[in-house]
Ligand binder design. Structure first.
Ligand SMILES: Nc1ncnc2c1ncn2[C@@H]1O[C@H](COP(=O)(O)OP(=O)(O)OP(=O)(O)O)[C@@H](O)[C@H]1O
Ligand SMILES: [Mg+2]
Length: 566
């Protein structure tokens, strides 16, 4: 048996109750027993005094003692019986007495009996003698009561501990269940109701654990699916409060995924269209597909499929919206339309001119050799332009489609620009433009030699084309551990700041008339940009109108060590 402790309130209460009940019952019993005993003790004493008085009366009446003899007999009887005996005459005067000093009458229990000759016999006993006996009785009863109380409290304590212990265990297990600790079990000590409760509880806890595992597993999977979805998912209940939102939807609206749960749908997304779409879905009970803008006037477009959410029994629960960002798609569509328009326009111009010259030739006389030759050479020039345009378009689409994989290898920039300058030297000489390659030492970048050559030609061609006579063009390189920055500078016309971002778009020309006059189609830099992107490099333009332009091209350095390792 363990140490006695009252740290558990239930055990304390039960044991205290046992103590109170025991004390009460022992107390009440003792009280009544003592009462009854006291009364019967007095009655018995009274009866025995009466009997004794009767015997003494008979004795004294029969003997007819003289007064002195009576005195000595009374003393003798009194001493032997430990009673106060007094014989009195008619007037109340004392004839004989057993004790020279009597205890006061008030402290005695007395019986009076008439004798012959008008005398009276009084026999008494000290009241305190009876009280002593009663006190002894009370003390005995209290002692027994305390003993009984102590034994029963001890007994109650152990019985109660057997009851309260498992309940405390149960409580602990329940507390842990609240914190999702399922491992703890109740120790079953008995087969009684409490033991059965413990066993039932252990089974319940096991079932709960399995259930909880299953739910968390499902929740985890759902969470993983939702958070890895690129489409935004937003679910609301009938009160239009958000009940589920994944990371993608939070990103789309630039909000915090967790903090919007429980918020009103509009408060959460600040999007009237989406809010209305969800309302309409709930009201109609039908799925709705619609495109909405992220904000009024914004370019960002979402394709939203909103479906009603229903319970298993078909009762409505709310609505769920799946959002896909179709901004790029719409942008691409727009670009494609523009592209077709641009291409058609670019082709129509030379074709119109060719048709004009051909018609003139057909209508006129072909004998004018000089004129015919001039017209045919114009037609030839226009045809060249169309071929160049179509070649550019084909290049662009080939690079863009990715059908042609990059043929990566070390490309020496010094060599590359030496060769490019050689190709364009005539063009530069015609305008007395000096082209200098300041990349003196070999610098290797990782790239496709053919495509990088195209980049170099386009950049140098632009630099020469947009630089007035007598200007200069330079190429230099700045090395860093991983990259090389190539800077192609010219002293040309420059590009106004507002056009700088757009010159890499297809068909974009700063000064349309002049560029076309120079035979440009506006595809050169678009091709350059595509090639550079394919190489995971970057390109940007810096320019001051009338002063010149700097094209900065960054490419990855070729790493021979890495090549050898792989
Ligand atoms: N070095 C430069 N100096 C000034 N303007 C430039 C320079 N490079 C490009 N531009 C401007 O950017 C526009 C786009 O250049 P891009 O090379 O794409 O087209 P293009 O030279 O007109 O035609 P293409 O190269 O297809 O023959 C040019 O029309 C021109 O206005
Ligand atoms: Mg160009």
């Amino acid at each position: 048996m363990g140490r006695i402790s009252f740290s558990k309130p239930l055990l304390f209460k039960l044991t205290s109750l046992a103590l109170v009940v025991t004390l009460l019952s022992v107390g009440v019993t003792t009280f009544f027993v003592v009462q009854v005993a006291q009364t019967s003790l007095y009655d018995r004493m009274q009866a025995s005094l009466t009997a004794e008085a009767e015997i003494i009366r008979i004795y004294l009446n029969d003997a007819a003692f003289s007064d002195s003899e009576l005195q000595s007999k009374v003393v003798q009887i009194g001493q032997q019986s430990e009673r106060f005996i007094t014989v009195m005459n008619v007037t109340g005067g004392i004839v004989a007495r057993s004790h020279s000093e009597d205890v006061p009458l008030a402290e005695q229990v007395t019986v009076i009996m008439p004798l012959d000759e008008g005398r009276v016999l009084r026999i008494g006993i000290e009241q305190s003698k009876i009280s002593d006996a009663v006190r002894g009785l009370i003390q005995g009863a209290i002692l027994v009561g305390i003993l009984v109380a102590a034994v029963s409290v001890l007994f109650a304590y152990f019985v109660n501990r057997a009851i309260a212990g498992p309940i405390v265990d149960l409580l602990e297990v329940v507390r842990r269940l609240k914190h999702r600790e399922f491992g703890r079990r109740v120790l079953v000590r008995s087969d009684d109701e409490i033991g059965q409760l413990g066993r039932a509880f252990n089974e319940l806890s096991e079932t709960l654990e399995e259930l909880f595992d299953a739910i968390s597993d499902r929740e985890r999977k759902l969470d993983a699916i939702l958070s890895s979805m690129s489409d935004g998912v937003l679910a609301v209940n009938m009160q239009r409060k958000v009940i589920l939102a994944n990371r993608a939807v939070a990103d789309l609206f630039n909000i915090d995924e967790q903090s919007i749960i429980g918020k009103n749908q509009f408060e959460a997304t600040r999007n009237t269209d989406l809010s209305k779409l969800l309302d309409d879905t709930i009201d109609s009970g039908e799925p709705i597909i619609k495109e909405i803008k992220a904000r009024p006037g914004s370019q960002r477009t979402f394709a939203v499929t909103s479906s009603p959410l229903t319970n298993q029994d078909g009762s409505p629960l709310g609505a769920v919206a799946v959002l896909r960002d179709v901004t790029n798609l719409r942008h691409l569509e727009q670009m494609r339309q523009e592209f077709v328009a641009n291409v058609s326009h670019e082709l129509r111009t030379p074709l119109t001119s060719i048709k004009g010259f051909v018609e003139t030739l057909l209508a006129g006389n072909l004998d004018d050799q000089e004129l015919t030759k001039r017209f045919l050479s114009i037609i030839n020039g226009e045809t060249d332009r169309m071929i160049a345009l179509i070649n550019d378009l084909l290049d662009l689409s080939r690079i863009e489609s990715g059908r042609q994989p990059l043929n990566l290898g070390p490309v020496d920039l010094h060599q590359l620009f030496e060769e490019t300058i050689m190709i364009l030297q005539n063009k530069a000489d015609a305008k007395q433009i000096t082209v200098r390659n300041l990349i003196y030492d070999p610098v290797e970048v990782e790239g496709d030699a053919k495509l990088l050559k195209q980049v170099a030609i386009n950049l140098l061609d632009n630099a020469i084309k947009y630089t007035p006579e007598g200007g200069s063009v330079t190429v230099e390189a700045v090395k860093s551990p991983d990259d090389v920055e190539v800077i192609v500078s010219d002293t040309g016309v420059g590009i106004p700041a507002q056009h700088l971002d757009r010159i890499f778009e297809r068909f974009y020309r700063v000064d349309k008339g002049r560029a076309r006059h120079m035979g440009g189609t506006g595809l050169g830099l678009a091709i350059v940009k595509h090639i550079v992107d394919k190489h995971k490099g970057s390109i940007c333009a810096e320019s001051r109108v009338g002063k010149g332009t700097k094209m900065r091209l960054t490419l990855r350095r070729f790493n021979r060590e890495q090549l050898e390792l792989s």
